[in-house]
Design a protein around this ligand. Structure first.
Ligand code: ZN
Length: 57
């Protein structure tokens, strides 16, 4: 049973699954984060505890 990378649909690499490469994993992470930040006025309480500087690293 072959799993496909959700970003580019290539075969998944076990070391970075469910993605095919670190690059696709990074793309998905950034996409997920940006979608989360776009939500207007509906910030999860957990984010309020984080310092803004930590998110920029
Ligand atoms: Zn990929």
């Amino acid at each position: 049973m072959t799993t496909k990378c959700p970003i580019c649909s290539r075969p998944t690499e076990p070391t970075v699954r469910p993605f095919c490469s670190r690059r696709c994993a990074d793309v998905d992470l950034k996409r997920w984060l940006s979608e989360d930040y776009i939500l207007p006025g509906d910030t999860p309480a957990d984010f309020e505890d984080m310092e803004p500087g930590d998110l920029r690293h």
